[in-house]
Ligand binder design. Sequence first.
Ligand code: ADP
Ligand code: MG
Length: 392
Amino acid sequence: MNTAELKQKFIDKYGDSSAEVRVFHAPGRVNLIGEHIDYNGGYVLPAALEFGTTLIIRERDDDQIRLASTNMPYEGQTSIRDFGQNKTEEWVDYPIGVLTELQKIGVVPTKGYDLLFHGEIPNGSGLSSSASLEVVTGYAFLSLENGPLDTVQLAVMSQKAENNYVGVNCGIMDQFAVANGAQDHAILLMCDTLEYKKVPFVTGSYKLVIGNTNKRRGLVDSAYNERRSQCEEALSILKQQRPELNYLAQLTPEQFEGLQGSIQDETVRRRAKHVVEENARVLASVDALSSNDLVQFGQLMNQSHDSLRDLYEVSCLELDVMVEEARQITGTLGARMTGAGFGGCTVSLVHEDSVDQFLKQVGTNYKERTGLEAAFYVCNVGDGVKELKGDN
Ligand code: ADP
Ligand code: MG
């Protein structure tokens, strides 16, 4: 649906008015490389996607805020004086949660508004529709109520909305990428310090193909906690020789090579090796992308997956099969799982001329080998949150 059609939908729903209709857009995101290293002081490298969540918004002449979505039947209404008092356990908790965070920095709606959201991101597929919904809401209210358009602060407030109001214990990466992404760029981010850099990522005739395994995730929380404690164990052993070490990802692979003998437990040693090497791969990816070497980047993607499968052991049959099939396609430069693992999505970098064959062959073979129907999204890298002017 283009902006003109969405505006018409908005008017059909809320009626005509002389007030200006404004349109905002926030993307979805994918993590390109850098998995399971954010909690080890390492870098992640997400990119914003071209599709996301659009918000049409217009002020009202009373004090009511009304919220609707083309994706959900539930509609919300609240007054500007007492929003956030009653959680609904509905999708409107995300935008209302953002309003409660904006309020903490003194940005409050001074009048009522009508809102209509339209999402192009499948929910719960790992492309972060929730962060997109939060960030577009925050950016729109900051714009309309003359708040600071600081997209780093906006990412933090959006994360807090999800943590504090919705009650989902997510990290900062998604909101950060959605708020700060840029066309033809990936974002190198240190999640603890929010140190970041925009890295050129010109895909040219290549596409990002995201494949949802549609595997129901089990075990994620317990496996995640186990990996974290294994990393802590490795760190405390290595600290005996290197007291200044605060995080595993501070080590280079060469340094780790020299130290790893002190870790007796082979599993713990393999976990630490993944962390150190994955962080080095992120930095090598930055070099590769900065010199537009997509072939090299594809190889790093492949190595990342193999390490997550063999050393960190957070992959699963479905992710491995999809990655294996993706790599069979001529024109695929690299393929890996993305996200925490045990299900969820893969990301592949595929030449545009091979995309049709990729969708057909990987889809068919994946179904044959796993019994599951995959879903694919062919994506370009897009901008972070912004206001859309014009009707396209
Ligand atoms: P994801 O991986 O897509 O972020 P989440 O479970 O974190 O999955 O968030 C999905 C939820 O976010 C949906 O169930 C819904 O409540 C809300 N949501 C996302 N996009 C929209 C939208 N366009 N309209 C209404 N609700 C949305
Ligand atoms: Mg989410």
